[in-house]
Ligand binder design. Structure first.
Ligand code: AMP
Ligand code: TRP
Length: 332
């Protein structure tokens, strides 16, 4: 049976980009068509300046939100990365497989190390090795498919390279995974700066729709989205990035096609209004379900305990095999 693994970092509140790029598919499709594991990848949140209490709160909130989007713990495995030691165990073996040159080439490392330096912060070594830990997350489960947004493509490519290299050197051990992307919504852009990705921790939250924003806030953010010069509604990401982003959002929220939708609208204003309504309706049930689940943190904790146990059982034999293959003496 196909194995699916994906994860989300608790570095900020989850956004509409996370939902449309990744999480919605996990809940609506992926969990039902494969043996699927989804993880709140908290170790990854430690690669940049962090506040311990906030990471803890965001981890529980992310897990609660994932349940609210419809992940069903009876159907898939939901867990917190740091609860399963195999990720860190395997990561070290993959550090012995990767080279520093290939990690320094990663786009996210380059961007984030520049901003950390600009902020006068040191660049944590783990920011450089982060894609190796991500590869370990994926390879530890014999994963076939990794449903992610577009920004993760390069990391999944590296994961494939490491799997192939390890297998060639030490004998077949890992499945070589591939990334999958949604047709629309693979790259949701910031509403105030439609040339950059809607990310969790942009300095100015006005262009970011958070999944837990109330309806009025969502409406205001969409209505104030930056649009492009001209008046015609056209789907052209290079010339009209603001309008293209709204069309993508509208299409993702209503199941339409952005190019066809462009033909329906005569004005930017009408497109904004309908997009705002569609996004509000898309998020409403999610927010309601989140409130119910958040009232019972004991339930969420239990789901995470069970999930970690299941995940451990799946990862352990494969990681043990990798330890033997690379030349480490079995503990007996
Ligand atoms: P992260 O928030 O970086 O942990 O991302 C979790 C998942 O959401 C990954 O699969 C990302 O590719 C996806 N994602 C994050 N931001 C966006 C965005 N603006 N558009 C589409 N997908 C996104
Ligand atoms: N690096 C991913 C991101 O920033 C999160 C992540 C960590 C992940 N490990 C993963 C995604 C494994 C898919 C599979 O979004």
């Amino acid at each position: 049976m196909t194995r699916i693994f994906s994860g989300v970092k608790p570095t900020g509140h989850l956004t509409l980009g996370n939902y449309l790029g990744a999480v919605r598919r996990w809940a609506e499709v992926d969990q039902y068509r494969a043996e699927a594991l989804f993880s709140v990848v908290d170790l990854h949140a430690l690669t940049v300046e962090h506040d311990p209490g906030r990471v803890r709160r965001l981890s529980r909130q992310a897990a609660t939100l994932l349940l609210a989007t419809g992940l069903d713990p009876e159907v898939c495995t939901l867990f917190v990365q740091s609860h399963v030691d195999e990720h860190a165990r395997l990561s070290y073996l993959l550090e012995c497989t990767a080279t520093d040159g290939e990690l320094r080439r990663m786009i996210q490392y380059r961007e984030k190390s520049v901003s950390a330096r600009a902020a006068g912060e040191g660049v944590r070594l783990s920011l450089l090795t982060y894609p190796v830990l991500m590869a370990a997350d994926i390879l530890a489960y014999g994963t076939d498919e990794v449903p992610v947004g577009e920004d993760q493509t390069q990391h999944v490519e590296l994961t494939r390279d490491l799997a192939v290299r390890f297998n060639q050197r030490y004998g077949h051990t890992f499945t070589v995974p591939r990334a999958t992307r949604p047709e629309v919504g693979a790259r949701v852009m910031d509403l105030q700066d439609p040339t950059s990705k809607m990310g969790k921790s942009h300095a100015n939250g006005a262009g970011i729709v958070y999944l837990l924003d109330d309806a009025e806030t969502v409406r205001r953010k969409v209505m104030r989205a930056v649009t492009d010069s001209g008046q015609d509604v056209e789907y052209d990401r290079d010339v009209k990035p603001g309008i293209a982003n709204l069309l993508d959002l509208m299409a993702a929220a209503t199941g339409g096609n952005p190019e066809e939708l462009a033909g329906v609208y005569q004005s930017y204003g009408a497109l904004k209004k309908d997009t705002a309504d569609a996004v509000v309706e898309l998020l409403r049930p999610l927010r309601e379900r989140h409130a119910e689940l958040a009232a019972d943190p004991g339930h969420v904790d239990q789901v995470l305990r069970d999930g970690a146990e299941r995940a451990r059982g799946m990862a352990r034999p494969l990681v043990d095999r990798a330890y033997r293959a690379i030349g480490l003496l079995p503990a007996g």
